[in-house]
Design a protein around this ligand. Structure first.
Ligand SMILES: Nc1ncnc2c1ncn2[C@@H]1O[C@H](COP(=O)(O)OP(=O)(O)OP(=O)(O)O)[C@@H](O)[C@H]1O
Ligand SMILES: [Mg+2]
Length: 355
């Protein structure tokens, strides 16, 4: 969206997540193949972003600078991924017509779907290929101008240039479609993609190449860490370390596991409700597959509760399934593991350079 791309220069995908800054560049090979050239991330403290708001601008700028330096990136052009309540994605239908007619129709209808007001929004339309004589599918993406400007300023202050803005949920679809292109005929039937992040959980119902439902639940890994903090009486960072003990196969103390599972249940029940609401109003649209991503998807209870609540199998989205890794870069096995869970958005943003 918001294309002001200047040719096909590689862009650095930038994801400012609640838990970390993530940067990635991809190179394009023959026949639509891609290589991950550089990736780096820099953690943010729990108070850098609070309830979707930038709370510590200086820390964010410092960490973008540090990740940029560490990654050894060759240019400064950024594709930034926006998320949260200042953005919206809606699949719409327009009567078939010329491009201008379709755009006019959608702009006129879009107003009712933009909670922050059309006058405050940057709107981008993706008109899908023609399927019949009567109507055309269009994906409308909108973002609050004020939010874009805020991040543009931060990126500029970090010494980089924001060349384009995408929405995180669209970059997730982008990375999903690329990596599972050989199975898309199957997944087009109705697939759920869920990003379990630190501050929020993003849900997408993907069907016939369209995001038919996009919903963000303001709950994630941070809530789990806070629950452990409260139960055990320790500080945030200690609780965060305890929570991630599963990375080293250490057994959780009982009260920690109970705190984790309590939040997993709560997050998953909100996801299941959102999906049930969608399927009850679109009864012919069965959801048959589920892909999960995001660091919080590793939290005990999430997968089990999802399988039980949705009654379908659940698979971790592999964002590197069809992306090779440059041997010249800085990408260690540890980084690959991090990318597997926390890198999908950033890699999807890096792919945008080649749309
Ligand atoms: N092994 C693990 N077990 C449990 N939770 C984990 C594990 N590894 C990471 N997490 C949690 O995942 C979250 C980070 O995931 P991710 O990188 O996807 O979030 P983010 O992109 O920074 O957040 P958001 O998308 O909400 O802005 C943190 O809450 C972190 O504690
Ligand atoms: Mg995220």
């Amino acid at each position: 969206m918001f294309d002001n791309l200047l040719g096909k220069q590689p862009l650095i995908g930038l994801d400012i997540g609640q838990s970390a800054i993530k940067l990635a560049t991809l190179g394009q090979g023959k026949k639509g193949t891609y290589t991950l050239k550089s990736f780096s991330f820099a953690p943010l403290s729990e108070s850098a972003i609070l309830e979707e708001e930038i709370n510590d601008r200086t820390q964010i700028i410092e960490q973008i600078r540090s990740a940029f330096k560490e990654g050894g990136f060759k240019n400064k052009n950024i594709c930034f991924g926006l998320a949260g309540s200042g953005s919206i994605v809606k699949s719409m239908k327009s009567p078939e017509g010329s491009r201008d007619d379709i755009e006019d129709h959608i702009h006129w209808e879009a107003e009712q779907f933009i909670p922050f007001g059309m006058e405050n929004a940057e709107v981008s339309l993706h008109i899908m290929p023609k399927e019949n004589e009567m109507s055309r599918d269009v994906v409308m993406a909108a973002a609050k101008i004020q939010d874009i400007a805020r991040y543009q300023e931060i990126i500029f202050a970090s010494g980089l240039k924001m060349k384009t803005v995408d929405l995180q949920v669209l970059s997730l679809i982008n990375i999903f479609e690329h990596n599972y292109s050989d199975y898309l005929h199957e997944y087009k039937d109705g697939t759920l993609i869920i990003d379990f992040g630190a501050q929020s959980t993003k849900i997408i119902v993907y069907r016939n190449g369209l995001p038919l439902l996009v919903k963000t639940i303001i709950m994630g890994g941070v809530n789990t860490t806070e629950e452990i903090q409260k139960e055990v009486g320790i500080d945030f960072n200690q609780a965060e370390d305890l929570k991630k003990m599963n990375q080293t196969d250490t057994k959780y103390p009982d009260e920690v596991l109970a705190a984790i599972k309590k939040i997993s249940k709560s997050i998953v029940s909100k996801v299941v409700d959102a999906v049930a609401f969608y399927t009850s109003s679109n009864s012919e649209d069965r959801i048959k597959h589920c892909f999960i991503t995001g660091g919080c998807s590793r939290q005990p209870g999430i997968i089990e509760d999802l399988i039980e609540g949705l009654d379908i199998s659940v698979e971790t989205l592999d964002p590197l399934r069809k992306i090779s890794i440059s041997t010249k870069g800085n990408i260690s096995d540890g980084i690959v593991e991090y990318l597997t869970y926390s890198g999908a958005v950033c890699l999807g943003l890096g792919l945008r350079a080649y749309d």
